[in-house]
Design a protein around this ligand. Structure first.
Ligand code: ATP
Ligand code: MN
Length: 464
């Protein structure tokens, strides 16, 4: 009878020593001498490899020849306590089946030491490396933690549409969605593109945020969250922006800005703690290889109370700072990540929640303060990252919201359904958006957002 496969993550169980086991995976390395060969096998279930010990009395050199880095194997053998250093157990191979070879002349992932830039070009294979295996296992655990956090608190997971007809969300430039033949566009009498002939009968785009529909959910179900892809035609090549990224957007009825800040803080702390509790091996690897203050930084974020201060107070600190910034700061300007990081990393040495931003640099739906100049926005700023969360209490007053939409010349007819939340049973409510990849960046300590999503979409890059 065929032996049942054991995942490598489960093979280091002392109870299995002496048992016959079956493992399957990809060869990381093979080394040894004329009597015995050692294969490090990895199956992606853990960063750890299992060592396969191959006795040359049992297998010929010819048979072993195609077992090179990247080849895939099925190995049956006995799990024994290891005699060598570096591993607790190993498998004495009894039967080996080679599923597929990986020609060393062609397989790009030979041993270690490839740069992250090189591996980005090999995104179809990079998940087979220690680094990317670790990053994407952590990414999975964080996604799971997010659902767990909200589910345990009675939030409903709401699926908001990815294709939208409103182009006034204002969060970023949009990608248009059309089935019209771009080489031969139908025209109206006045020479414009005739979108009435398009698939939806009007212009549509990929969403930049699920928030507006999220507010419809919150003002019906009480507390919802979205977790889905969002698209922004960001034409800036930064280490923190993607054209396609995943966003988590909770929206909660009867929450004011303080409730919202408490939620954001609890939420991030929960996710970071979940990663520390469930991704120990992977985090230790990343800590060792890339950033030896990573784990310490994650632990300190869980412990510290986030600093809360207003944008105006933040600007005062930045202006008084004895530091030359690339972009000048003055009240009314949007903060650049260098400013955010100064506040977090140098001034407070803790995460910061900045509130009450100037109205002109924030979206139309944020609750207006009595000073007429600021709105009840809250951005959470993190070490290494800068802005990780952007949110606000929403303007719940119908007349004030309308006045703001008119002042900004936002096309109103597209917004009728949104306005009805304020027309029928309006309530105070709040929410925020967390860029999932920014959270993964923070938790993994990676420096570039392209390295925390399996297949990044950025300007001039949609390979894979
Ligand atoms: P930034 O100033 O960094 O561009 P933003 O003000 O445009 O951010 P929001 O519109 O508030 O961001 O979006 C909410 C969150 O989504 C941000 O706090 C950030 O975590 C994330 N985010 C925004 N744009 C991107 C992007 N292009 N790629 C990845 N994450 C993003
Ligand atoms: Mn942006």
């Amino acid at each position: 009878m065929e032996l049942k496969r054991t995942k490598i993550v489960d093979i280091f169980d002392p109870q299995l020593v002496g048992e016959k086991v079956c493992v399957k995976g990809w060869v990381r390395t093979r080394r040894g001498n004329k009597n015995v060969q050692f294969v490090a096998l990895n199956d992606g279930s853990t960063i750890k490899n299992i060592q396969i010990v191959i006795n040359l009395e049992k297998f010929t050199e010819d048979f072993l020849k195609p077992i090179t880095t990247g080849a895939s194997l099925h190995v049956d053998g006995t799990l024994v306590a290891s005699q060598g250093k570096g591993q607790s157990v190993e498998i004495q191979a009894e039967e080996i089946e080679i599923y597929g070879t990986a020609d060393p002349e062609e397989y790009p992932l030979q041993k270690k030491g490839h740069t992250l830039e090189f591996l980005r070009e090999k995104a179809h294979l990079r998940m087979r490396t220690n680094t990317f295996g670790a990053v994407f296992r952590i990414r999975h655990h964080l996604a799971f933690a997010i659902h767990k956090f909200f589910n345990e608190r009675g939030f409903f997971y709401l699926h908001t549409p990815l294709i939208t007809a409103s182009d006034c969300e204002g969060a970023g430039d949009m990608f248009q969605v059309t089935t019209l033949n771009l080489g031969d566009l139908p025209k109206t009498e006045d020479g414009k593109t005739d979108y009435s002939q398009d698939f939806f009968g009007k212009t549509t785009s990929l969403t930049v945020s699920g928030q507006l529909e999220g507010e419809l959910g919150a003002t019906a179900l009480g507390a919802i969250y979205t977790f889905g892809p969002t698209f922004r035609a960001e034409n800036s090549n930064t280490p923190r922006h993607l054209a396609e990224f995943w966003m988590i957007e909770p929206e909660i009825a009867f929450y004011d800005i303080n409730d919202n800040m408490d939620l954001a803080e609890d939420f991030i702390k929960f996710c970071v703690k979940y990663a520390l509790d469930h991704c120990k091996d992977d985090l230790e690897f990343l800590n060792k290889m890339y950033d030896n203050s990573l784990i310490e930084r994650l632990q300190s974020v869980i412990k510290e109370k986030f600093v809360r201060l207003t944008y105006t107070e933040g600007i005062e600190i930045l202006k008084a700072a004895n530091k030359k910034f690339e972009f000048p700061v003055d009240w009314g300007t949007d903060l650049q990540s260098e400013h955010e990081r100064y506040l977090v990393e140098e001034h407070f040495k803790r995460p910061v929640i900045l509130t009450d931003y100037p109205r002109e640099i924030k979206a139309f739906y944020m609750k207006q303060n009595d000073d007429q100049k600021t709105v009840r926005a809250m951005d959470v700023l993190f070490p290494q990252i800068g802005e990780i969360i952007g949110g606000s209490e929403r303007e719940a007053d119908y007349d004030k919201l309308i006045a703001e939409i008119e002042r900004r010349n936002i096309p109103m007819k597209d917004m009728w359904w949104y306005l009805e939340t304020r027309k029928f049973g309006t309530v105070p409510h709040s929410g925020f958006g967390l860029g999932f990849e920014r959270l993964v960046l923070f938790v993994t300590g990676m420096a570039n957002i392209r390295d925390v999503i399996p297949f990044p979409r950025t300007p001039k890059n949609a390979e894979f």
